[in-house]
Design a binder for this molecule. Structure first.
Ligand SMILES: [Zn+2]
Length: 296
């Protein structure tokens, strides 16, 4: 089943819900980065969260989640855009810890203590960035804490990744349920009751649930108004031109130095691990471009 994102309203518009299935995108990330189970669980949960929070992005808008903890994973950076594209990486993808006390992949232990940063670029002059200290490092809780402190929106965020014994990704996705301002107490009480019986999203996806099914499983018997369903996909927008631009930004002296010493260079895109090789001729052409730009 293709990766999908669904947005919906429930309880007569008093509650906003999004569900996402991103199994293929997370499996692509795993292969790209050769990530081990704990690392791909952390990256996959961050990818699912980013997709869930991409509500309201338009045109060239984007959202970036960054998690910096003191655990063995290092940082995690994920960016999503309005077109359902998602990309991301973790600093130490070969991190793998023993299962935690509950028999789950120890994402919180791998991330450690630190902060979550969310940057939303909705086309204004300056993108908005907010941050919160990590609560558990399990990512869902941390994103919910961010939404409470930064947007004053009580939210339940459940994100999960199920990994097969051969390390491939069996299921990845999540759900976010948010009370809109002024929601009735009765609605919140009913919601709380329903969520007590909720199951892990990754398990539902593994059993073949689609995005509607995930929402209906979390809100049994509740009338849901489905608004928008769209495909999402792993996509990195790096290219030879973009990387050339990056190389140019290091400065004339450094580039001359590089040509003299090595005669070639290889640049790796962090987000997708694509390799870009520049030989002497290509580097000299870049240098020529830079010198011409400087004369303008
Ligand atoms: Zn890339």
């Amino acid at each position: 089943m293709a990766d999908r994102l669904m947005r919906a309203l429930a309880y007569d518009g008093q509650v906003r819900v999004s569900a996402v299935i991103c199994t293929d995108a997370v499996e692509t990330a795993r292969k790209r980065h050769d990530a081990f189970p704990t690392a791909i669980a952390a990256l996959g949960r961050t990818m699912a969260s980013t997709l869930l929070l991409s509500w309201g992005l338009k045109g060239e808008g984007s959202i970036t989640l960054r998690i910096f903890g003191d655990g063995p994973l290092g940082g995690i950076i994920v960016t999503g855009d309005a077109h359902g594209n998602i990309k991301g990486y973790v600093q130490e993808p070969q991190t793998d810890l023993p299962l935690n006390a509950r028999g789950k992949l120890d994402v919180g232990g791998a991330i450690g203590k630190g902060d979550l940063y969310i940057t939303k670029d909705i086309g204004l002059k300056e993108p908005y960035t907010g941050s919160v200290p990590l609560v558990t490092g399990e990512i869902g809780d941390d994103v919910a804490s961010y939404l409470m402190s930064s947007e004053q929106t009580p939210s339940v965020v459940s994100v999960g990744v199920l990994v097969n014994p051969d390390y491939s990704v069996a299921a990845a996705g999540g759900i976010i349920i948010q009370a809109m301002p002024g929601a009735d107490d009765a609605v919140l009480d009913d919601l709380e009751l329903k969520l007590q019986g909720a199951r892990a999203v990754s398990g539902l996806i593994n059993e073949g649930a689609d995005v509607r099914g995930i929402i209906q499983n979390y809100l049994p018997g509740v009338e849901v108004q489905f608004l928008e369903e769209k495909e999402i996909q792993w996509h990195c927008n790096c290219s030879y031109d973009r990387i050339s631009g990056l190389l140019k930004s290091i400065g004339v002296d450094e580039l001359e130095d590089m040509i003299e010493k090595d005669g070639e260079t290889e640049v790796v895109c962090h987000f997708c691990s694509s390799h870009y090789h520049f030989d002497r001729q290509q580097l000299e052409a870049l240098l020529e471009d830079m010198k011409q730009d400087l004369q303008k």
